[in-house]
Design a protein around this ligand. Structure first.
Ligand code: NI
Length: 152
């Protein structure tokens, strides 16, 4: 991966996010406005689900010419793992360390592997490079959502 392509995964940046997340009180992190709306813990849990699914894509796509991989049903994933019962601090640590590892994975993807096409679930094929960018945008989107929610 070209250097600097994933600034949001740089160690210092991740550490900073981790610090900001831990500043949110656990009680606030588990607060649900309604049964169907995710709490802050569940949003971070969703980001973990995204991390573990994308981890598989990042690695598997480097081994083949074309990757076909299942999608994941996000509501089922968050509900079935009961993230609201998790310790907030442990959840943040898990998210932090997992992404530190993913930063290493992404850093070592060869440039030509970024062109490998991937079909995820029933979606149109996209390149591995797109999947990496999309992973980072998706993370930023939900982190902003968490910060907004925590400030409310
Ligand atoms: Ni999402």
């Amino acid at each position: 991966m070209s250097r600097g392509a994933s600034p949001s995964l740089e160690c210092r940046n991740l550490y900073c996010k981790c610090y900001q997340l831990k500043a949110i009180e656990a009680e606030k992190a588990s607060f649900k406005t309604s049964g169907s709306t995710w709490s802050i813990k569940e949003i971070l849990g969703h980001l973990l689900d995204s991390a573990v699914n994308n981890h598989q894509r990042f690695v598997r796509a480097q081994q083949v010419d074309h990757l076909s991989f299942p999608g994941y049903e996000q509501t089922f994933w968050t509900n079935s793992q009961h993230y609201n019962e998790s310790s907030w601090e442990e959840l943040v640590d898990l998210w932090h360390l997992y992404n530190r590892h993913l930063a290493q994975v992404i850093r070592h993807i060869a440039l030509d592997a970024l062109d490998t096409t991937c079909t995820i679930g029933t979606s149109e094929p996209v390149t591995l490079g797109f999947i990496v960018e999309d992973y980072l945008h998706h993370m930023q989107h939900h982190l902003s959502q968490i910060y907004e929610r925590s400030a409310a």
